[in-house]
Design a protein around this ligand. Structure first.
Ligand code: DAH
Length: 387
């Protein structure tokens, strides 16, 4: 395997001091062999195009089984005169080859780095590719807008779980057991637990009112937003949808406060100065009196304009909190009263941003999101407008 292009003295007798002529010839021939070896090795070092090739040359020339160490081992068999010449020559040769390899290795490393830098170069002056970077879903956006408006009006943001108890979703909200009002909500029930009670997917965000009243002392001024569920599916209903709820509990709140608050909220949300509203009597088990709020709108010209116009658009439900609800939440109706309101967030988003079909909102179609989504870098703020 190893190339040993050098003739090596085979025995001491070859270099017998008696035979001065032979010794002289040997040394001369060895020296010229060494020149050839050095020349060849240097050429091979120079011709190495990568680290592996260079390493192969090094092993052949300098490795344990390599040519030079082999020669060095023969020094012991030489006469002192020969050794005096060959010793320094071999040492010098080894040093020069070691150095040549080191120089070449450094050059190869530098060339490799150079090539890599060239291959991986990034032109930072190029415009960014039009890669799609994601967008905020209109529902998230609208919930953020509504939360900001209500935040300015002094409301805190409360949360509740999607899986609720029958008590929080119905009983405490004055839906009596077996009362037909429960059927208004096509509820997804879970199997009854060991105690016989059934958990359910909340059918509205109103149970968060109950949770808040049970854990906080009035005065309370809260909103909550989130997912709600009903077993219902058509062009305007999806089994999962979003609602927002507001609750104010204080000693002297009244219907006028309620009207002022929800009108201000809707006006800020739709960013219209002129917003004509009306309150129609309605029924909700948890409020008395109850109302639905409509806003004026204009549908002429195939476009919906909110605020003024010939038509009415139903926007939200509201009312004064029913004394039974206050009682169920441990509050004395003689001391505390309050108002509440609730509405569908998805519909608000559709109205504000002209989104035609509710079901598309949850279809996870990225083309839809590209069209209707919002930049994550621009947050809604009241100063610059929430929209
Ligand atoms: N929970 C009602 C629903 O899902 C909405 C609602 C109406 C909430 C009136 C309220 C309210 O807080 O006062 O239809």
């Amino acid at each position: 395997m190893n190339r040993t292009p050098l003739s090596q003295p085979t025995s001491r007798s070859d270099s017998s001091p008696v035979n001065g002529g032979a010794k002289g010839r040997l040394m001369t021939s060895q020296t010229s062999d060494l020149d050839t070896f050095e020349h060849e090795t240097r050429a091979r070092i120079a011709a190495s195009t990568d680290e592996a090739a260079l390493e192969a040359v090094r092993v052949e020339a300098l490795g344990k089984q390599g040519a030079l160490p082999g020669l060095m081992r023969t020094l012991g068999q030489m006469s002192p005169q020969e050794r005096a010449v060959m010793g320094p020559r071999l040492n010098g040769l080894r040093d020069s080859i070691v150095e040549a390899i080191a120089v070449k290795r450094a050059a190869l490393a530098e060339a490799a780095l150079e090539a890599r830098l060239k291959a991986e170069a990034v032109d930072v002056t190029l415009p960014a590719p039009p890669a799609y970077r994601g967008a905020i879903h209109p529902i998230s956006r609208v919930m953020e807008e509504l939360a900001r408006i209500c935040g300015e009006m002094g409301f805190t943001l409360e949360e509740g779980p999607d899986i609720e108890t029958d008590f929080n979703n119905f009983t405490a909200l004055n839906f009596p057991e077996k009362h037909p009002a429960r059927d208004m909500h096509d509820t997804f029930f879970f199997h009854p637990g060991p105690d016989g009670t059934r958990r359910l997917l909340r059918t509205h965000t109103s149970p968060v009112q109950v949770r808040t009243m049970l854990k906080q002392k009035p005065p309370i001024r809260m909103i909550c937003q989130g997912r709600t569920y009903r077993c219902d599916s058509d062009a305007t209903h999806t089994p999962m949808f979003h609602q927002m709820e507001g609750l104010v509990i204080d000693r002297t709140t009244n219907m006028a406060d309620l009207k002022g608050t929800v009108t201000a909220l809707v006006r800020a949300f739709f960013e219209v100065d002129e917003l004509i509203v009306r309150f129609r009597p309605h029924f909700f088990p948890f409020t008395e009196p109850s109302a639905e709020m409509d806003v004026r709108c204009d549908r002429s010209g195939g476009q919906l304009k909110i605020g003024t116009g010939a038509d009415w658009l139903e926007i939200l439900g509201c009312g004064m909190v029913h004394p039974n609800v206050l009682r169920a939440c441990g509050l004395d109706p003689e001391e505390w009263q309050g108002y509440a309101f609730g509405f569908g967030v998805d519909r608000m988003a559709m109205l504000k941003y002209a989104i035609p079909d509710l079901r598309d909102m949850f279809a996870n179609d990225v083309r839809w999101l590209r069209h209707y989504g919002f930049s994550p870098y621009v947050l809604p703020g009241l100063a610059e407008g929430v929209g």
